[in-house]
Design a protein around this ligand. Sequence first.
Ligand code: ADP
Length: 394
Amino acid sequence: MTSVAFVALAAAVVFLGLWLREASHRRELSRTLNEKRAENTTLREAQARTAVEAKAQRETIFNSMGEGVLLLDTGGRIQLANRAFERLFGVNHDICGRTVLEAVRLKELPELINRVRALGQVLGHELVVPGLDRRCLQVNAAAILDAAGRPQGMILVFHDLTRLKQLENTRQEFVANVSHELRTPLSLIKGYVETLIDGAKNDPAVASRFLQTIAKHTDRLTYLIEDLLTISQLESGQVALNLHAVELRPLAGRVAEDLAARAAVRQITFANQVPAGLSARADADRVQQVLFNLVDNAIKYGAAGTVVTLGGGTAGDGQVALWVHNDGAGIPPAAQDRIFERFYRVDKARSREQGGTGLGLAIVKHIVQTHGGEVRVEGAPGQGATFRFTLPSV
Ligand code: ADP
């Protein structure tokens, strides 16, 4: 080989070597680049997955909340409304993207949102959602800010106060009723005592009559306070039932015996038709109280000179039934559902005259329901009344 050819060959070998190294380097670079691209794609996919998971997690949390939640963007459009919000306002989930006014048509909300924007603080407001159940809601609104304090939107949280308000109304009504019930006999007692002091005490016949009336009204106060204590124990759940197998016929017999003197005043007699051997799994003292209240009412409101019947039998579904029937005027159909309410009376004057507290049937209902039973009244006007209640059988 000539020296020229040798040099050319050597140059070619060197060039080939360089070219191969360069090619391998390029391949290496390209592999690294591909790996980086793949890594970036995986990273982006992972980030996207994390965002989706975070959104799903956020929605699960919001949807499991009892309070309604609305998230608004900076333009005041709905970004998210949870299930409780949809339920409270009776809207469905396609309200995203709408303004609050478009979604729920309540002027008070945009006004609240504008005030929160202007004042930049958490604000609360009470509102009533028009509709059949007229829900009463407390809404708290707060601006959402980023780390630099720039507004990012707003969050509104709605608490349903309807039940609380109803309880508060019931409580107020109850206190007003109790005050009235206490005041009436007290002012009568005061009136008679003052008349006695002013001179009536000097006439023995008048004094004796007044003292009997005073005794009647003090009895009424005593019954009222006893019934109030019973109602309060029952309603606060303090009453633990002492459940046993209770034979019902002897129990009905005891109630009839206890009330015999009172029945005799109105020439009323009893027929105990509860079958022998009929038993319930119940608290004997409480069932006796139920029968006592029902029979006492039958004596008070039934026709004089008639028979009050106590009956019973099996009622299916593992229950037994007991009933108390009296003849007389009965209860008008419109009042039949209401007489179990506290202080509801068909004829106020007559009930008070009889020494009634207006709580007897409310106590009956509570005791029966605490046993898992039901109570109802039957009877057309003029055909007397039948109170029937169920208890679990043994
Ligand atoms: P009260 O102390 O007034 O008797 P209750 O709760 O026992 O209170 O009864 C509520 C009302 O239901 C009574 O005031 C009366 O108007 C009516 N009522 C109850 N039992 C009878 C009945 N056997 N016949 C007719 N009306 C009745």
